[in-house]
Design a protein around this ligand. Structure first.
Ligand SMILES: NC(=O)c1ccc[n+]([C@@H]2O[C@H](COP(=O)([O-])OP(=O)(O)OC[C@H]3O[C@@H](n4cnc5c(N)ncnc54)[C@H](O)[C@@H]3O)[C@@H](O)[C@H]2O)c1
Length: 334
């Protein structure tokens, strides 16, 4: 396998920094372009965020790890067309992985304007650069493009009927990329992850909030009755799958679900948490509006075409994540 120059736009986020470390360990040369201004150090310091100090510590830890792994980070807003065109030319990547976005459904519904700007404006800039010379673009879409699942599991051919701003913009991004493929023959891969959890996430998704509240002796709130099922996916499975998309020709011009491939109830995740924090207190509240009914995202296509393997059930992945949190918490408070 030849070493590739891989540009990660929005690469200092949760997925991006874990992916960059994976790629360098596989012998590739990752470069990160990130403004650190969305769900990251520069925005968090200006916002009224719960656990602010803790998140600053986690985000600084990301930067330390990137430095330790000799991964180049260029701080730049990817909305700035002229600056990024010059920068991307200089980097001269074989592959661009586009991760920049407002990556949270609730935040997107509250601020559609900035979601469009950071998600689609930045994507169009990437595509405009990538069309000449033709550069493989890997786009991070989402399970939210499907909207309410019509059945217990969906494959990539299922009809997409997103609900709300986030899923709709993700689907718009997919269509935009496909149009660049039609018009400019641009090689692409679209990835649909779901319900990710793992080390150094600050996005306040369910698995993270559970641990943070449990570790601080705070009550855990579940939106709904906890019987909803999600295809919880450990970050290591996703980044391994994305790395395969960088390395396998079969990934070109394809859309893949990259998840664990088997949905589990939120209450099952909670039971794993309780095995580590037996005194946790739980209360149930109303389900969030605009949250679609989801389930399993089938991964058979990725297994067949790129040899994708998911290795971490929540029994394995979530325990690893909890253990990491406990040790980070201890260091953070010492
Ligand atoms: N985490 C999940 O569960 C999940 C699930 C499905 C899809 N996704 C998608 O995967 C991608 C990455 O997700 P994540 O969890 O790493 O998100 P994240 O919020 O942790 O990271 C996004 C990064 O993009 C950067 N960014 C945003 N706008 C930018 C701009 N204009 N210029 C430069 N950098 C900019 C931010 O500073 C941040 O570091 C997103 O597109 C997200 O929608 C995530």
């Amino acid at each position: 396998m030849s070493s590739k120059r891989i540009l990660l736009v929005g690469g200092c986020g949760f997925i991006g920094h874990n992916l960059a470390i994976k790629l360098i360990n596989l012998g590739h040369k990752p470069f990160i372009v990130d403004s650190l201004s969305v769900n990251n150090l520069r925005s968090i310091e200006q916002e009224d965020v719960i656990n602010k100090k803790l998140y600053e510590g986690i985000l600084e830890n990301r930067l330390e790890l990137l430095k330790k792994n000799n991964i180049e980070l260029i701080i730049q807003d990817a909305r700035e067309y002229h600056e990024i065109s010059k920068l991307y030319s200089k980097i001269d990547p074989d592959i661009i992985i586009h991760l920049a976005a407002v990556s949270h459904a609730n935040k997107s519904n509250k601020d559609p304007h900035s979601t469009f700007d950071h998600s689609l404006r930045t994507l169009e800039n990437t595509l405009d650069f990538a069309k000449n010379p033709k550069t493989h673009v890997i786009y991070m879409s989402s399970s939210m493009v499907y909207g309410n699942f019509n059945s217990l599991d969906v494959d990539e051919g299922a009809i997409c009927k997103p609900i709300g701003i986030y899923g709709t913009l993700k689907l718009s991004g997919e269509l935009l990329i496909k149009s660049y493929n039609q018009v400019f023959d641009l090689p692409y891969t679209i990835i649909r992850p779901s319900a990710l959890y793992g080390e150094r996430c600050v996005s306040r998704r369910v698995g993270q909030i559970f641990i943070e509240n449990a570790i601080q002796g705070k009550e855990i709130t579940i939106n709904g009755d906890g019987e909803d099922k999600l295809d919880f996916t450990y970050i290591e499975d996703l980044v391994s799958g994305i790395a395969s998309c960088c390395e396998k020709k079969n990934a070109i011009n394809q859309t893949f679900n990259l998840t664990y491939g088997h949905s589990r109830k939120i209450n099952e995740l909670l039971n794993i948490l309780k095995s580590e924090f037996p005194n946790s207190k739980v209360n149930y509240s109303k389900k969030e509006k605009f949250m679609p009914e989801r389930g399993t995202l089938k991964t058979e296509k990725a297994k067949k075409l790129i040899n994708y393997k998911s290795n971490f059930s929540i029994e394995d992945g979530y325990i690893r994540y909890i253990n990491w949190y406990k040790s980070f918490w201890k260091k953070f408070n010492s």
